[in-house]
Design a protein around this ligand. Structure first.
Ligand code: SF4
Ligand code: SF4
Ligand code: SF4
Length: 166
């Protein structure tokens, strides 16, 4: 993505507060079928939460589970899907989440002339591109929305939102 275009697009998004109208966005587990979420009401094992080695699955009460990227991300290992006994997941393997991950350029260190590559260092998909040492941008075509970059950012400026908020 062109840096100047990305810069102004991010500013425009901030100016109108897009993506923040409905409260925090909670990404669904990979392959989770939203229409089957009522199946979770009778699940007493929380198998998806308990089997996740990354510890990113959150489940409160009988609610449907969601992902918390504040410390780690999703490896798309498929263990949560395989462990579910309530028919909540599609059968096919899933390697990307339907979510948008973005860098907030106003707070990003590297957008403010301080060297930082923490996000890029953990991105296995090489989806974060810098212009020289600065101005990182996430390529939405390469980003799987795994979330690993979010928790490592020292400026807490990487966000995940629904793809449907625009
Ligand atoms: S795919 Fe693996 S890492 Fe991702 S939420 Fe499920 S169990 Fe956790
Ligand atoms: S930029 Fe996308 S693919 Fe790379 S670590 Fe962040 S969420 Fe994962
Ligand atoms: S880790 Fe955060 S502060 Fe550092 S370059 Fe990435 S987005 Fe910017």
């Amino acid at each position: 993505m062109d840096s100047r275009r990305g810069f102004f697009a991010s500013l425009a998004s901030l100016a109108v507060g897009k993506g923040k109208e409905k409260g925090p966005f909670h990404p669904l587990l990979p392959g989770f079928i939203a229409e089957n979420s009522q199946n979770c009401l009778t699940c007493e094992t929380s198998a998806c939460k308990n089997i996740c080695e990354e510890g990113i699955v959150v489940r409160e009460g009988t609610a449907s589970p969601y992902l918390d990227f504040s410390r780690k991300g999703c490896t798309f290992c498929g263990e949560c899907s395989a462990a579910c006994e309530q028919n909540c997941f599609i059968a096919e393997p899933v390697k990307t989440l339907s979510a948008r991950v973005e860098i907030g350029i106003l707070s990003c260190l590297a957008w403010n002339k301080t060297i930082c590559r923490s996000c890029a260092d953990v991105c296995n998909d090489k989806a974060i591109q810098f212009t020289g040492l600065f101005n990182p941008e996430i390529d939405p075509e390469a980003c799987t929305a795994c979330g690993f970059c979010i928790g490592v950012c020292p400026a807490y400026t990487i966000t995940v939102t629904s793809k449907d908020t625009r």
